[in-house]
Design a protein around this ligand. Structure first.
Ligand code: DX5
Ligand code: ZN
Length: 230
C-alpha cells in the first residue's frame, strides 16, 4: 500500500531565503519539494526557471518535483530535468500533444505525471495511464497559493483511483491546492496519497519553528483517514 507523502510547495516559502527554507522544511519531515513553474501565459502568474531550480538542488536532499504550468512545454522538459527535477508533471490543457510530452519526460530520465485542472475530466489522465507514474489532481485553479479547496474535484479523484486499481499499475494520485488538516482526510479517502501543501506548511514563509508541527498535523489527519478507509 502506498504511504502518505507531503510535497512542500515552495511557492509559499520566503524566496529571499530559499536555501534555508529548503533545509528547514526537509528537516521538518517533508518528503518532496514541489516546484510551481508558472509562465505568465498558461497561468497568470510568473515564478522561476531552470537556473533557480539548479541552485535549489544544491540544498535539496529530497526529490524535486516540477509542476509545469506552461504553454508551450516541450522545450522546458530537458532544462528542468538537467536542473535537477526527478519528476515532471504537465497539463494536457496546455498542450494538444500531451502523449508526446510525457514520453519526452520519460526519455529524458524523469518520472512523468499529468496534472488536471478542476474542470478537466479524468479521461485526460486515463488516456495516458500506461505511460505515467502519477496524476496530480488540481484542487484549486492553478496560478496562486492560498486558495480554497474545490470539493467538486473529489469524484474525479475517486474515478482516477478506480481506473488506476483496474490498470494494476503503480501510479500515485497527488492533490494540489487548499490542502490542510481539514481537507486532507477527504482527499485521502478518495484515493490521494501525495499531498501538495504550500500555505498549510509555510504559512507566510520564514516560520521554520512551525514547519514540523504543521507537517505532523497534515500527516496525522491523512493517516487517520487512510486507516479508517482500510
Ligand atoms: C497552485 C500551485 C500549488 C500551490 C498550492 O497553482 O500548483 O502548488 O502552491 O498552494 P496552497 O497549498 O497554498 O493552496
Ligand atoms: Zn503545484
Amino acid at each position: 500500500m502506498q504511504k502518505i507523502r507531503i510535497a512542500a510547495s515552495l511557492l509559499a516559502a520566503d524566496f529571499s531565503r530559499l536555501a534555508a527554507e529548503i533545509r528547514d522544511v526537509q528537516n521538518a519531515g517533508a518528503h518532496l519539494l514541489h516546484l510551481d513553474i508558472m509562465d505568465g501565459h498558461f497561468v497568470p502568474n510568473l515564478t522561476f526557471g531552470p537556473p533557480v531550480v539548479a541552485r535549489m538542488r544544491e540544498h535539496a536532499e529530497i526529490p524535486l518535483d516540477a509542476h509545469l504550468m506552461t504553454a508551450p512545454t516541450d522545450h522546458l522538459v530537458q532544462p528542468f530535468i538537467s536542473a535537477g527535477a526527478k519528476s515532471v508533471t504537465v497539463h494536457p490543457e496546455s498542450n494538444p500533444h500531451i502523449h508526446r510530452t510525457l514520453s519526452l519526460v520519460r526519455q529524458s530520465g524523469a518520472s512523468p505525471g499529468v496534472a488536471l485542472n478542476p474542470a478537466t475530466p479524468a479521461g485526460h489522465a486515463l488516456a495516458v495511464l500506461d505511460i505515467i507514474d502519477s496524476v496530480l489532481v488540481m484542487t484549486v485553479n492553478p496560478g496562486f497559493g492560498g486558495q480554497n479547496f474545490i470539493p467538486s474535484t473529489l469524484p474525479k479523484i475517486r474515478e482516477i483511483r478506480d481506473a488506476v486499481r483496474q490498470s494494476g499499475r503503480d501510479i500515485t494520485i497527488a492533490v494540489d491546492g487548499g490542502i490542510t488538516p481539514e481537507t486532507a482526510p477527504e482527499v485521502v479517502a478518495a484515493g490521494a496519497r501525495t499531498l501538495v501543501a504550500g500555505t498549510s506548511v509555510f504559512g507566510k514563509g520564514a516560520e521554520p519553528d512551525l514547519y514540523e508541527e504543521r507537517i505532523r498535523d497534515l500527516m496525522q489527519a491523512a493517516e487517520q483517514s487512510l486507516a479508517s478507509a482500510g
